[in-house]
Write a protein that binds this ligand. Structure first.
Ligand code: SAH
Length: 346
């Protein structure tokens, strides 16, 4: 059996064969077609959308790759108030979005009480919607409080499962064990959990990527987000090359075959490295898109990396643009809360 067949049949693969696929030693069209077919078995031609509200770019962390890191003083900082965030939700609801993702840097001024009040208000106004949080590492008690307030899902990429690689990407104050602890806490508390990593981050090797996949097999997350690393001019990693689109697509396809029913986004980073990156992601097994729902005047300040797309269009334009991208591929954007489907639809 070739590596693709074996991966599909077993939903698993030994390291040496994963390496073959990651490094491109297989027929890519066959890999992508198999992944898209497996995705279709669960989700048909439906593409789920999540309205992404980037509500603060203050961050106390100093990750070497990230443009909103604490020591980037060339960045105009902003924090949206509850009313502005609710206005984004109202606009998103009109456009058919039934999941709101509240993402931000690790902003100490955003207290647990503020998050709880916001989540409760969104759930009260839109009981048919899911609220996803992506606020980084917090104590377990905070995660519990957010969940009690009504939060449904939490996104926290592990970034890399290899301790030495983690150390190369983050300052001493950040700990891989703590990040993993957060993920296990979130799962235990009852969130639908999303994790993931960048592809092609500085010092990443194929072994690191295999470790990432093994960690995810252990964690069994509901959502898995991956995107290429893209340099930001005001970070210590400014001179490191960006991640490779093809490797990223192969990783998406592998993820789909390892985790057939997972929710896998075609990320904004993928759309940034290639004008058709998100379409290619869907063609390789992704089934979620996360359009930007932040107010246009703050979008360019949520600069995780250079040349981020969709920073000048309004929410309605983004919605129309997505439609025009997926419909010709035979997919449809659905107005649906977009929960994970646990068994095949046929
Ligand atoms: N503070 C939150 C949100 C972080 S931003 C948290 O810790 O989860 C969301 C994701 O953007 C990160 O998890 C990281 O994987 C990605 N990211 C950050 N900088 C990037 C870069 N330069 N290129 C590509 N992706 C990046």
């Amino acid at each position: 059996m070739d590596a693709i067949e074996e991966l599909h049949a077993n939903r698993d693969l030994p390291d040496a064969r994963l390496r073959e696929i990651i490094e491109g030693d297989v027929c890519e069209p066959e890999l992508f077609a198999k992944a898209a077919e497996v995705c279709g078995g669960y989700y048909g031609k439906d593409i789920y959308v999540r309205g992404l509200i980037e509500f603060t770019n203050y961050c106390k962390n100093n990750c070497y790759y990230c443009g909103i890191r604490r020591d980037n003083h060339n960045l105009e900082r902003y924090r949206l108030g509850q009313d502005e965030i609710l206005a984004c939700c109202a606009e998103g609801y009109e456009l058919g979005y039934r999941t709101f993702v509240l993402q931000g840097g690790e902003d100490a001024a955003v207290t647990d009480a503020m998050v709880c009040a916001l989540v409760a208000e969104i759930k009260k106004l839109y009981p048919d919607c899911a609220v996803t949080l992506s606020l980084g590492e917090r104590p377990r008690a905070s995660y519990s409080a957010f969940r009690d307030a009504g939060a449904d899902r939490y996104l926290l990429r592990h970034e890399t499962a290899n301790a030495a690689h983690y150390r190369a990407l983050h300052p001493e104050s950040m700990r891989l064990e703590n990040r993993k602890r957060c993920l296990w806490d979130l799962k235990e508390i009852g969130y639908q959990v999303g994790s993931g990593f960048m592809v092609g981050s500085p010092y990443q090797t194929t072994e690191c990527l295999i470790e990432d996949l093994r960690f995810l097999q252990d964690l069994q997350p509901d959502m898995i987000g991956v995107g290429p690393y893209i340099p930001h001019r005001d970070t210590p990693f400014r001179d490191h090359p960006g991640g490779d689109l093809r490797v990223c697509l192969r990783i998406i396809a592998i993820l789909r075959l390892l985790f057939p029913s997972a929710l896998i986004p075609a990320t904004t980073a993928l759309g940034t490295v290639d004008a058709r990156g998100r379409e290619l992601g869907i063609g390789a097994g992704a089934n979620v898109i996360m359009p930007n729902l932040s107010p246009v005047h703050v979008r360019k300040h949520y600069a995780l990396y250079d040349n981020k797309i969709c920073v000048s269009e309004g929410a309605a334009e983004c919605r129309a643009c997505l439609e025009s991208r997926v419909v010709p591929m035979g997919y449809r954007i659905v107005t649906d809360i977009g929960n994970r489907v646990h068994s095949p639809n046929s």
